[in-house]
Design a protein around this ligand. Structure first.
Ligand SMILES: Oc1ccccc1-c1ccno1
Length: 247
């Protein structure tokens, strides 16, 4: 997968050089290319923003630098454009389902904005040429979209074939399709069996895989009921068995 990011702070993406995503890049699974938006602002101050038409607080990102930067990226393959993702508090929710959809794409283009956002004519111009998604990573306001892009690249990148060492990790994720879909993951334990007087639940040392799976599902249901009751309410009734309903 190719991923292009246009930003005035490309240095924000240094974390993509390390750990899981860094290794995926080294192995050629992920090809991340960063572009400095200011290289496409040609005045002496390399200006990328201006005051909003109609008044109001803050500044809006000018269309010209974005247009030049986007045209340069798209020139790589004009016949098969990327999917453009615009992080914004006003976007559709970024979910595991959307991450899986994006993980199937050959080319993604992220356009993190600062200030009050990008002049809307940019999305109108490029929306006529390719799929442009406005996406939110949550109901809060950031100083800019770079952190949102980091979140999305990690969530998408870990789903690419060959990135996760243990294929089951992605399948067993919270929110991944399957038996635990829309349930939060329960508690996890590792050695030592006792630590500061806290013992590992006996069932996990029993070797009874069926009972262990049942215990883990119970713990997932309890944690989901406690922390995200709306997810439990949204579960299809047939996805809860007789035992689940007794909890
Ligand atoms: O708060 C933001 C500011 C700029 C770009 C994106 C965001 C955002 C907030 C939540 N998801 O995206």
């Amino acid at each position: 997968m190719r991923v292009d990011v246009i930003s005035i702070f490309p240095e924000y993406f240094a974390p993509l050089d390390v750990s899981l995503i860094g290794k995926a890049r080294e192995r050629g699974i992920l090809d991340v290319r960063l572009h400095q938006l200011r290289d496409h602002a040609h005045d002496v101050h390399r200006t990328v923003d201006d005051t909003p038409y109609g008044g109001g607080p803050g500044m809006v990102m000018k269309p010209e630098p974005w247009g030049e930067a986007l045209d340069e990226v798209l020139a790589a393959d004009p016949t098969a454009p990327p999917r453009m993702i615009v992080p914004t508090p006003s976007g559709v929710p970024f979910t595991q389902k959307l991450a899986m959809e994006y993980a199937a794409e050959p080319w993604l283009l992220f356009t993190p904005a600062r200030y009050e956002g990008i002049d809307s004519r940019v999305m109108a111009e490029y929306g006529a040429r390719m799929r442009v998604d406005e996406v939110s990573i949550g109901d809060y306001v950031l100083a800019g979209g770079e952190v949102a892009v980091l979140v999305m690249i990690e969530a998408i990148g870990r789903l690419l074939p060959g990135v996760l060492g243990n294929v089951h990790s992605a399948v067993d994720d919270s929110f991944a399709p399957g038996a635990m879909e829309n349930l939060l993951e329960g508690p996890v334990y590792t050695k030592p069996p006792e630590w500061r007087g806290h013992e590992v639940p006996e069932i996990l040392l029993s070797g009874h895989h069926g009972r262990i799976a049942r215990w883990r599902r119970d713990q997932a249901l309890r944690r989901t009921a406690r922390n995200r009751p709306e997810l439990l309410a949204a579960l299809a009734p047939q996805s809860l068995d007789k035992h689940d309903r007794q909890l």
